[in-house]
Design a protein around this ligand. Structure first.
Ligand code: PPE
Length: 306
């Protein structure tokens, strides 16, 4: 999705002009994908602008950095406040926020340890990820011929830039095949996730989603929906999901910060359920948006007003 330029980007603790937020072409990250990042949304509602699940996103950013032996120069609190400052200074209301920690200019070669660790936070306006109509009508999806990384190759629980080379293969293949998005299988052939979304299935009133051992990102929206669903009285089962279950269940939907809750209308050209947003997806989506819009109580403290 294209963006409108904003005024400032937070770079190593300072707010610099959008056009000045640059890095050297010999930075380690450019050559080896040495980065970890987050995607966060802020929403404007009647009470102001609130960042959704900020604490959890900052925690995951630091967890990703830890997996890759990166020690950021800033504390959780500094990044937390840097994110709020970036939204504030750009006078953004509803927006997407992208903090990233990467290895900069030091030396080239696989060993990253002698390259400095840089931290950047940018934010910009961003609408619906898979198109505005997708939230209701759903998207068409194909199971990709590209699998996601096996657990002993690249750690999927680290939200690392380089993981998204695999996502890009999946996304480009799905576009070439005329789909909106692709689903990846894990190293065992079980359902894993989309190129940038977790996945849920609904069958006979029960909700299913792949386990962490299926090479998924530990999605914060995934956790949000599991929490909401349990609250609404649904049974939520985390288990290995055989591919063919995708074709026979009543509903399938994606979750993610960018995708929010996006229903899936068809998979491999086989219609899922009624071929549009099902009742469970609708109920969870409505509850999620009611919380975000401040219409119902934020009982889990998911909103941080700026
Ligand atoms: N899996 C993957 C691979 C993934 O990239 C995301 C988020 C998720 C699951 C859902 O995680 P969460 O956002 O915590 O619920 N993908 C981000 C990046 C998308 C992009 O195009 O870039 C996002 O949704 O912000």
């Amino acid at each position: 999705m294209a963006w409108d330029e904003t005024q400032k980007i937070w770079m190593n603790g300072e707010l610099v002009d959008w056009n000045q937020a640059k890095l050297h072409v010999l930075s380690h990250v450019v050559h080896y994908g040495t980065s970890v990042f987050e995607g966060i949304r802020a929403y404007h509602n009647d009470n102001g602008t609130a960042v959704f699940r900020l604490k959890e996103h900052v925690k995951r950013l630091f967890d990703s950095a830890k997996i890759y032996r990166m020690e950021p120069s800033y504390s959780h609190e500094e990044i937390f406040n840097g994110i709020l400052d970036t939204v504030r200074v750009n006078e953004l209301e509803s927006c997407y926020i992208r903090p990233i920690i990467y290895r900069g200019l030091g030396e080239l070669g696989v060993n990253p340890l002698n390259c400095p660790i840089e931290t950047v936070i940018a934010a910009w306006e961003w609408g619906a990820y898979l198109g505005p109509e997708a939230l209701e009508k759903g998207v068409s999806v194909g199971v990709s011929s590209w699998r996601c990384m096996a657990p002993d190759t690249m750690p999927s629980m680290a939200k690392a830039g380089s993981n998204y080379m695999n996502s890009q293969l999946v996304k480009m293949e799905s576009i070439a095949n005329g789909y909106d998005e692709g689903i990846r299988l894990d190293y065992q052939g079980l359902v894993s996730e989309g190129s940038g979304e977790n996945i849920f299935l609904v069958d006979d009133g029960k909700i299913y989603t792949p386990t962490l051992s299926s090479s998924i990102l530990k999605g914060i929206t995934r956790d949000t929906l599991i929490t909401i669903a349990k609250d609404l009285g649904y049974e939520v089962i985390e288990q290995g999901i055989p591919r063919e279950m995708l074709y026979t269940v009543d509903e399938v939907f994606f979750s993610g910060t960018a995708a929010e809750l996006t229903p899936i209308s068809s998979i491999d050209k086989i219609t899922v359920g009624e071929g549009k947003r099902g009742p469970v997806a609708k109920e969870l989506q409505t509850t999620l948006f009611d919380i975000i819009e401040g219409k119902i109580e934020d009982k889990y403290n998911w909103l941080t007003y700026i």
